[in-house]
Design a protein around this ligand. Sequence first.
Ligand code: F6R
Length: 357
Amino acid sequence: EKGTYPHYMLKEIDEQPIVMRKIIREYQDENNELKLDKSIRSAMQKADRIYIIAAGTSYHAGLVGKDFIEKLAKIPTEVHVASEFSYNMPLLSEKPLFVFISQSGETADSRAVLVKIKELGHPALTMTNVPGSTLSREADYTLHLHAGPEIAVASTKAYTAQIAVLAILATDTAKAKGLELEFELMKELAIVANAMEVLTDQKEEMERLAREYLATTRNAFFIGRSGDYNVSLEAALKLKEISYIQAEGFAGGELKHGTIALIEDGTPVIALSTHENVNYSIRGNVQEVVARGANALIISMKGLEEDTDDFVLPSVHDLLTPLTSVIPMQLLAYYAALHRDCDVDKPRNLAKSVTVE
Ligand code: F6R
């Protein structure tokens, strides 16, 4: 039930800190150790390469997860759009492990891949919000997202839950392999939960920014580098699907290779800057688009803000910034859709689970 909320989407955006804390509880034992099925731990340890398969927002979560698995667990990882995988099956490694990420667990494109790789005899893990769903039943292992029912068509809390569970999976594997980690994941996720709360409390500001940047525009660009690039893809998808504004996410450095031609007077460009090592370069990209008339907004993180006009996120661990930076993106999309009189929870042409290929 959406209770006093005008839309499920807003309720689900607000639930993200609660979901984060639930995930921390569910994946931790009484000694504060990570709690994961032993068979999953051993499947991860055996794998020489991880193949993440997903669609839409879940694919975007997979891109963030690849960073975790490679940086923490040191296993090479590929992320594939499910509907493309079947045509262009990459050369598989000797001991692949397939990880399906699906909120609903019913996405037909992902299931088609699962059926194919099971025929080849490869192991599969499904990360889903619906244990007992098709993808969960047909895989060897399931990791539960614990996000609670997601009703709005636009996925919000499932995305952050997927990222958190991917971080847990990568960290657990790293520990099982005896790799040194310089941070304690669950403590960092608790900091993230608090930061999420600070952000969900800034609705008025996000409504104002959505009006200023997105109320009447025809198109919008999101730019970022490194982890911020992954979030810019999700930001663009969120805006497109509920506000019908043509939006694209771009790697900051790639703009000059063509896309910058689209920048005109007043074009909104929303730049993410949550990593110290890209802060200087992404601000350079912002200057380039502003010089061509763009209406730019920078979303940065505490310690990295250089401009008093930045929207500043609370500070969280460098690897985990997608969990917080996506929240203003979700709220911008939500308020842009409201300002444009769109049906937020049931955007045109879309269904909550896509059960046809
Ligand atoms: C976007 C959205 C879709 C889904 C995609 C995959 O907000 O909801 O892009 O993420 O259809 O769905 P699942 O995760 O159920 O496999």
